[in-house]
Design a protein around this ligand. Sequence first.
Ligand code: ASP
Ligand code: MG
Length: 432
Amino acid sequence: MKNLKVFKFGGSSVRDAANVKNVTSILQSFAGRPILIVVSAMGKTTNALEEVVGAHANKTGKAFDLLNAIRDQHYRIMAELFDPGDEVYAAVNDQFVAVEWVLEEEPHENYDYMYDQIVCVGELVSSTIVAAYLNKIGLPTSWLDARDVILTDEIYREGWVQWEETVERAKAKAQPLLEKGGFVLTQGFIGSTDSNETTTLGREGSDYTAAIFSFCLDAEDMTIWKDVPGVLTADPRLFDNIVKLDRLSYREAIEMTYYGAKVIHPKTIKPLQNKSIPLYVKSFIEPQGEGTLISSDVEDHYPPMVAVERNQALVYISTRDFSFVAEHHMSVLFNHIANLRLQVNMMQNTAISFAVCVNDIDDKVERFAQQIQGEFKVMIDRQLELITVRHAQPAVLENLRKGKILLMEERTKDTVQMVVKNVQVLDWKEVE
Ligand code: ASP
Ligand code: MG
C-alpha cells in the first residue's frame, strides 16, 4: 500500500497514562496519513499474566487475585484518560471476563495452550485503551483484531506464521480499514490458528507482528519506538562507551539480534529484508531524533558491537562406546533439537564428542537430555553467557574476558563468539 507506515509501540511506551499520552502526541504529528499501529501489553503486564497462568496451572488459589491486580492497574490508567461513563470500561472488562472463564475451568492439560488463552489479554486491553484514547482526542482509529489476520500453526507460545493466508487476510481485513482513512491499531504478539484458537508468537514478539503487517501490506517503512535513541553498539546497562549506530544493514542487525542484542526481536528483520522495507528504530522520548535506519545498504565500517545472551546451557554429548560422532548421530541429535525448537547458538565437535550451546528456556534442555540419554553420555553446564562481538578489536575482547572462564570460542571473519561462566570473586572474609 502506497505511503503506508507501520509503527510499533512496546510495553514501556504505554506503561502508564502519561506514556499513552506521549504516544498519542507522537501520532498527532502523523494525523491524516495511513498508519498501522501495533502495540504491546502495558508495561510488565505479560510477566504479571504469566504469574496468573502459573497460579492457575498449579492451583495455588491465587490466580483470581493476581488477575484482579492487573485489572485494577488498567482501570487506574483508564481513570486518568477517560470520563467515568466512557464505553472503554465495558470493552476492557469484557476482555478480562474472558480470562475469568478460563480460570473457572480446570487447568487445561496443554500448558502452552492455556498460556496463550490467558496472556493474550494484555495486548487486547492495551490496544483497546490506546485506540479509544486516540479516538477521544480526535484521531480517528479503527481497532483491528490481529487474530483475524495473523494465522499460525498450532504450536502454542511459539506459533509459526502461515504466510500465504496471512497476506490474504491482511489485504482483506486491514487494507479496507486503512483505505477508509484514519489510523488502524492492532495488537502485537498474538495470532490465531485455523480453528480460531489464540496463539502467541513468542515473548517480545510484537516487533515481529509489525514486520508481518509491513510485509503483507507492502509498507513504505516501519518504525519501532523505543526508550533508547536507536540501536546501540551494546546494552548501556552492561557497558560504558557505547555509541548509537546511525545506519545498519539487515545482515548486521540479524547477526546481533539473533544472539541477544535485545533492541529488536530477531524474527523482525527477515520479512522486511524480503521486501526491502526500511526499518527505523527511534526514541519515543525524543521523537525528533534521527534514530537508526536499518536497510539493505551495506556500510563499509562498523564499530565493535557486543551482544550478551544470558541463560545459556552447554550440552556436552559423547558416544558411550567411543564410536565417532558421525553423520548418523548428528542427524539423530538435530532431529531432537528441531522438534524441541531449541535455539542453537554455537557448536563444536571432535571425533567422539559434540558440544552445543543453546538457550536454556523452560525445561527444553532437560527434555533434550532425557531424549538422548539412552544413546549418548550427556553433561550439562548451565547459567552461562554467550557473548557475541562483531567487528572486534583485541582490547575489546580482552576486556570482555575479565572475570570469566572461557568454555568455548569461535572466530569467523567478522564475529567472535564466546560461551563463558562468570567467576564468583569471593571476599577474603568469606574464604576464611
Ligand atoms: N507483551 C509481549 C511480551 O512482553 C510481547 C511484546 O512486548 O513484544 O513479551
Ligand atoms: Mg515488550
